[in-house]
Ligand binder design. Structure first.
Ligand code: SF4
Ligand code: SF4
Length: 365
């Protein structure tokens, strides 16, 4: 059966980034600049994506501004008919460059922010002065009348301020704020003991989001990426494996999710060798966990299997040691107690230091 077309493409243009966030979703082994896809290949990928029926491209990284050809890439995506969303830390984007991106067809900006006060935010980002530059960048975004989302990844150091993140987003002129609980893969898994909030902190944050949402109705949309470690049921990770989105790495490998390379034995195809549509329909990695035939019990006979698709394959591997197992975030998993034990253990207040992700200076704008 031919799978229906994906809706979104995450284009990881580079892994280079001036920041060093301890929860970064990039893999531990970062792609070297010399291995990045060239402009021409990305342009082809955007055309192929649009022809497949993809509606949106998320231009991400690392920091996409580290690519000197970012304006050309935005123009190519726009000219292909894709809605273009730039996911950025703001570093490397001055107002003039941002204006050129808008002229090239940029539709939307998603800016990450680490905390409310500069000292804490810069400590988390591992980059002095980042916070103030982000605030200035936000003003440039709204000055150009670009659609704007503020993204805050929350963890033990900032989770108490979810309401403040929403207020800051409104003040900065964003139409949406995304409160994203840290997902523990890659760098975040390595930093779990420095990031994990307590159960009480998570409960309070969730209640706060529910309480303030109506207060911001018609002024600010509040999206929530829920936490896994204190959950009773998993999320439908990526909306289901190979159902809605695909992710192209800086080197051209195409993944069903950004952490999929942590699963050994999966065969990922590259846009250097295959058309995007063929990768989506036929590549072994995309078909490994597509649908429900691969499921083990209890997911195989569960009424929720078409709702959450058994949760996250990468988390199943990380905790249960088997990517085809039920996600341990589900309380029906035999490994659920292990997940909770990790959460209790790692949320215990203690001295900690962030293990910042690898650094690589961005190319000048
Ligand atoms: S280090 Fe931070 S800003 Fe850079 S890519 Fe990772 S999460 Fe994004
Ligand atoms: S048993 Fe599987 S399908 Fe059912 S709720 Fe748990 S993870 Fe989801």
């Amino acid at each position: 059966m031919t799978p229906s077309a994906p809706l979104g493409l995450l284009a990881e243009l580079t892994h280079r980034c001036p920041l060093a966030c301890p929860y970064c979703s990039n893999p531990l082994a970062l792609v070297d600049r010399n291995d990045e896809l060239d402009t021409e290949t990305w342009v082809r990928v955007f055309h192929e994506a649009a022809e497949m029926g993809v509606l949106q491209v998320h231009l991400s990284g690392g920091e996409p501004a580290a690519r000197r050809d970012l304006t050309d890439l935005v123009a190519a995506a726009h000219d292909s008919g894709l809605y273009t969303n730039l996911i950025t830390s703001a570093i490397g984007l001055d107002p003039q460059r941002l204006a050129r991106l808008k002229a090239a067809g940029l539709d939307h900006v998603q800016l990450s922010i680490q905390d409310l006060d500069a000292a804490s935010a810069d400590r988390i980002a591992g980059y002095r002065g980042a916070h103030d530059r982000k605030l200035a960048f936000a003003r440039a975004v709204t000055g150009l009348d670009l659609a704007f989302t503020l993204n805050a990844v929350v963890h033990r150091a900032n989770i108490a301020r979810v309401a403040d993140f929403a207020e800051l987003a409104l003040t900065l002129g964003a139409g949406r704020v995304e409160i994203a609980h840290t997902q523990y893969y890659g760098w975040a898994l390595r930093n779990r003991a420095a990031l994990m909030p307590t159960r009480d902190q998570v409960t309070a944050a969730m209640e706060t989001v529910e309480r303030i949402r109506p207060l911001y109705a018609n002024r600010l949309a509040i999206d929530l990426v829920t936490p896994d470690y204190y959950a009773r049921r998993p999320k439908a990770c990526m909306g289901g494996w190979a159902r809605r989105t695909l992710n192209v790495t800086p080197a051209g490998r195409v993944l069903p999710c950004h952490a999929a390379e942590t699963i050994p034995g999966l065969e990922f195809w590259s846009v250097r060798d295959h058309a995007l549509a063929d990768i989506w329909a036929m590549s072994p990695a995309f078909n490994a966990f597509r649908g429900t035939d691969w499921m083990q019990e209890p997911c195989r006979s569960c009424a929720r299997r078409d709702l959450d698709f058994g949760g996250c394959r990468c988390q199943a591997l990380a905790i249960a040691g088997d990517a085809a197992a039920i996600d341990p975030a589900c309380e029906l998993s035999p490994h659920h107690a292990t997940l909770l034990a990790y959460a209790e253990q790692d949320s215990t207040p203690a001295d900690f230091a962030y293990f910042h992700r690898g650094r690589a200076a961005p190319a000048p704008a």
